[in-house]
Design a protein around this ligand. Structure first.
Ligand code: FAD
Ligand code: NAD
Length: 397
């Protein structure tokens, strides 16, 4: 008899956690598990702001999939998913292969939310993957190198605009603050010539987060030269920089957009109902109307008790992956599935290497202690997917 086929799309927090869980629990005679991912490695999305600023080697944010998968239990395909068809139960890959499944786990992450802002897709950079992170760092370094080689002194070469002061924007700004002194020394540029401008549409940085922690972050970053422009939406991005609401222009050679995310477009293209590209999943993480189509991570949408959507986070994706692997195993063994419930452990945001803010164990943390907790949290992820050996390998960075 043919084995049930479980197809996992995406080796991110949600997909990889599901796959590692299935690999641990199932034996080869119970199911055929296949994982598809764009690259041969898992990129640690929560660390991408660091290679994007140049404060950490990109190797840290990279885990070879082969190093965490047991190829006797899981088939791995490196390819791009181009289409999913939930009715035919098929997935198309860029390389031409068509995969069929009995159970699909959709974990292809998010896409940038640009709100249709003119010029963003053409002129801004996005912190999305390792090559994108490298591109940002290299572009910034090139602009700094050009500054002293051109006859005319172009201040825009030393201006970096970060669009959006949510968690990604703030964490990236924190890394840039750490990187700038070295960058200025390397390219013979006085630090005061460099402008780091974080533009936020909402009336506060980190909207919705604890005010005391936000104030700490703003003070910490302002003291290190960051200019915040709050209540100021970016309305256009041009080759010269950005145009703000009201018409003010900021000339900047480097514009990095961190204005939010939406679900992966393949879901909408498959005819599945979404809100900002995310699928409101049922209590078993299934897309509405499908018994066998599960969505984990940034493309899933779950509401809390106050009917507000949980933000898409690695914490959520990890818990979903852990839960789903157990549930799928129970289902394959003829048991019943349990409903998913999210357990928010806290939120920590780094402000560069030595400082952070956050809430954990119901308490607020600032500075070095918060930064240490954040690091422990990173190590935990490596432990979950690759055990102690991967954790110790990564902890040396
Ligand atoms: P991802 O982890 O993004 O993985 C998606 C995977 O799918 C990738 O491997 C990708 O290559 C692959 N893929 C995409 N499209 C295709 C395709 N068509 N074909 C094949 N493969 C494809 N959250 C936290 O909880 N804590 C944090 O500290 C935190 N820090 C963050 C810092 C930054 C800079 C950013 C950008 C995000 C941060 N987040 C954090 C959010 C968190 O990273 C995401 O919520 C999480 O990565 C979502 O997991 P996922 O599995 O949905 O997708
Ligand atoms: P976000 O949606 O959390 O923040 C985007 C910010 O951009 C918002 O503050 C928004 O007001 C602002 N914005 C939108 N349009 C704008 C405009 N036109 N001009 C200026 N500002 C504009 O998105 P994010 O920061 O990319 O985070 C994505 C997800 O990842 C979130 O769920 C977040 O919680 C999670 N994340 C978590 C962490 C962490 O826990 N440390 C770190 C990074 C990201």
């Amino acid at each position: 008899m043919a084995l049930p086929k479980i197809l996992v799309l995406g080796a991110g927090y949600g997909g990889l956690m599901t796959t590692v869980g299935l690999q641990k629990e199932l034996n080869q005679q119970e199911a055929e598990v296949t994982l598809v991912n764009l690259n041969s490695y898992h990129h640690v999305t929560t660390k991408l702001h660091e290679p994007a600023a140049g404060t950490l080697p990109s190797e840290y944010a990279k885990v070879d999939i082969d190093s965490v998968l047991d190829r006797n239990k899981v088939r791995f395909i490196q390819d791009k998913v181009t289409q999913v068809d939930p009715d035919k139960k098929e997935v198309q890959l860029d390389g031409g292969e068509t995969l069929s499944y009995d159970y699909l786990v959709f974990g292809l992450g998010s896409a940038p939310e640009t709100f249709g802002i003119k010029g963003l897709l053409d002129h801004a950079y996005f912190i999305r993957n390792l090559n994108g992170a490298r591109l940002i760092r290299e572009h910034m370094e090139k602009a700094f190198a050009e500054y002293n080689t051109l006859e005319e002194k172009r201040d825009d070469l030393l201006t970096i605009v970060i669009g959006g002061a949510g968690f990604t924007g703030i964490e990236y700004v924190g890394e840039l603050v750490d990187r700038l002194p070295e960058l200025c020394r390397e390219f013979d540029i006085p630090r005061e010539k460099v402008r780091l401008v974080n533009v936020e549409a909402a009336p506060t940085v980190l909207p919705g987060f604890d005010k005391e922690l936000v104030d700490y972050a703003v003070k910490y970053l302002e003291e290190r030269g960051v200019e915040f422009r709050i209540s100021t939406p970016i309305e256009e991005c041009t080759p010269e920089g950005v145009i703000l609401k009201g018409g003010e222009k900021i000339d900047a050679a480097t514009v990095v957009w961190t204005g939010g995310v939406r679900g992966n477009p393949l879901l909408e293209e498959a005819g599945i109902e979404t809100a900002r590209g995310r699928v409101k999943v049922d209590e078993y993480l299934r897309a509405p109307g499908y018994e066998d189509f599960f969505v984990v991570g940034d493309s899933s949408l779950i509401f809390n008790e106050e009917e507000r959507p949980y933000p898409p986070t690695a914490q959520m994706a990890t818990q979903q992956g852990q839960y789903l692997s157990k549930n799928l195993v129970a289902k394959l063994r003829g048991g019943s599935m349990q409903p998913f419930s999210f357990d928010l452990k806290g939120t920590l945001a780094s402000l560069g290497r030595g400082s952070a803010i956050g809430i954990a164990f119901g308490k607020k943390f600032f500075g070095g202690k918060a930064s240490f907790l954040k690091r422990v949290n990173d190590w935990r992820w490596f432990y979950l997917i690759g055990g102690l050996s991967l954790m110790f390998k990564k902890a040396k960075f």
